[in-house]
Design a protein around this ligand. Structure first.
Ligand SMILES: Cc1cc2nc3c(=O)[nH]c(=O)nc-3n(C[C@H](O)[C@H](O)[C@H](O)COP(=O)(O)OP(=O)(O)OC[C@H]3O[C@@H](n4cnc5c(N)ncnc54)[C@H](O)[C@@H]3O)c2cc1C
Length: 407
């Protein structure tokens, strides 16, 4: 297993549970990269993925850097343009419906699979099952949700649409600066995503799995086997799984596998609550693209998207644009850390991950590209790929997630 984010750790644990001998290799500790900094939402109710802005007005706001939910580095735009065009195509109404249908089996298992791993890892104390609340500041924005809510009803996903007063019964610390809200009851959240990934890794180790420091870029094929250099020397295995999140292309391109993985960078910062204000569940401000999530460290404010090179220095300008709106919604106090955290969501333009065999490389498997919902989908992905690798009947059809779709 190469990569010990929430996806890699979940895959490793599922493989170890099925009796395979598994080594988990990462250059850092488990869960310390993208899986460290998310909003902690386990959102098995996801219907439509985040979409490319629709309409000239929305696009202009982004282009003029007036939209708090998106930022970009101008010099990066030519490089990301082909991906953005494909993303725009993937965001057409009929494509969003198709994606929702293809992703449903995976999302449907998301929370249940987390609960299995949380229970056996002794980490249930991090789980809250209070749903999540999305707020809408205008009637128009809420009205635009209709196709998504219709599909949610068809899928049998419970939700309650309400006005600001209704939402403030659930979250009394929110100010009535919004018109509408939707409470997705069956969503859950984790109050410390890093600790959860570490708990899954500890469970993996307790079952006999080995965690070893090493650089996945040393992966090579030796005959029919796979070899990687680690701090304990060379490791060779019958199969290798790439779960390197946004770093997957660094390894795959060496083997001639070029998949159109994009990056959506995102930031977080913790704030103390002013007075005795509190949140019971994560809250998404859908007009401004940020979330406020109750974490052990404080209220975690996670930003929307930044299109910039993965390794370019952080430019957390979105905080300046969205903090006035966030502070008007919830009484945020002092920041906890001196600087924001940054991570990179690994995203395919069709908002589906790559799970399954690597094209043209027997024994090489892929589990990455979970975009905005990798924390949610880690354990379900772990189960699916472990079932595929052990020739068990997979719990859902894996074909929509195959990397062959890019051939
Ligand atoms: C601001 C923000 C908010 C988010 N909110 C949510 C949310 O509320 N809910 C949700 O479900 N998802 C959320 N996400 C998305 C989620 O965090 C990601 O999809 C998920 O963490 C990806 O996990 P991963 O295991 O694929 O990648 P990672 O966690 O990045 O793991 C990849 C691992 O590969 C390792 N690695 C890289 N290169 C090498 C190398 N050369 N050698 C060895 N090891 C290497 C890294 O050290 C890392 O440990 C959010 C993301 C962001 C940025």
């Amino acid at each position: 297993m190469l990569g010990a984010g929430i996806v890699g750790v979940s895959v490793a644990l599922h493989l170890q549970k099925r009796g395979l001998s598994v080594a988990l290799v990462d250059r850092r500790g488990p869960g310390e990269e993208t899986s460290f900094g998310n909003a902690g939402v386990i959102e098995g109710n996801t219907v439509f993925p985040p979409a490319f802005p629709r309409g000239l007005g929305a696009l202009l706001r982004v282009a003029l850097k007036r939209a708090p939910e998106v930022n970009y580095h101008l010099l990066f735009l030519p490089r990301v343009a082909p991906w953005l065009l494909a993303y725009r195509t993937g965001s057409r109404p009929e494509r969003l419906i198709e994606t929702a249908r293809l992703m449903r089996p995976l999302y449907a298992r998301a929370l249940a699979e987390h609960e299995v791993l949380l229970t056996e890892s002794g980490a249930l104390r991090f789980l809250r099952k209070e749903g999540w609340l999305k707020i809408y500041r205008s009637e128009e924005r809420f009205a635009a949700l209709k196709p998504e809510l219709d599909l949610a009803r068809e899928f049998g996903l419970p939700f309650s649409a309400m006005d600001a007063d209704g939402a403030r019964v659930l979250e009394p610390s929110l100010a009535p600066v919004f018109r509408r809200a939707v409470h997705w009851q069956n969503a859950a959240n984790l109050t410390n995503p890093l600790a959860v990934t570490q708990a899954y890794a500890a469970r993996f180790a307790a079952l006999g799995g080995e965690f070893i420091a090493g650089d996945a870029r040393t992966l090579s094929r030796v005959g029919t086997r796979w070899k990687v250099e680690t701090k304990d020397g060379a490791l060779d295995a019958e199969a290798a799984v790439i779960a390197l999140g946004p770093w997957a292309p660094d390894v795959l391109e060496k083997f001639g596998i070029r998949l159109p993985l994009g990056i959506k960078r995102g930031y977080h910062r913790h704030f103390r609550s002013a007075g005795n204000a509190a949140l019971k569940r994560p809250v998404g401000d859908m007009d401004n693209g940020y979330a406020l999530a109750p974490m052990e460290q404080g209220i975690r404010l996670t930003t929307g998207v930044e299109f910039a090179a993965r390794d370019a220095p952080p430019t957390p300008v979105q905080f300046g644009r969205l903090l006035p709106a966030a502070k008007a919604l919830f009484p945020l106090g002092e920041p906890v850390e001196p600087t924001p955290w940054m991570g990179s969501r690994p995203c395919f333009s069709d908002s589906r991950p790559a799970i399954g065999r690597a094209p043209g490389q027997p024994g090489l498997w892929l589990a990455f590209g979970h975009a905005h919902w990798g924390l949610t989908l880690g354990p379900a992905t772990g189960r699916l790929i472990a079932e595929m690798m052990t020739d068990a009947v997979p719990f859902c059809d894996p074909v929509p997630y195959s990397a062959e779709r890019f051939a």
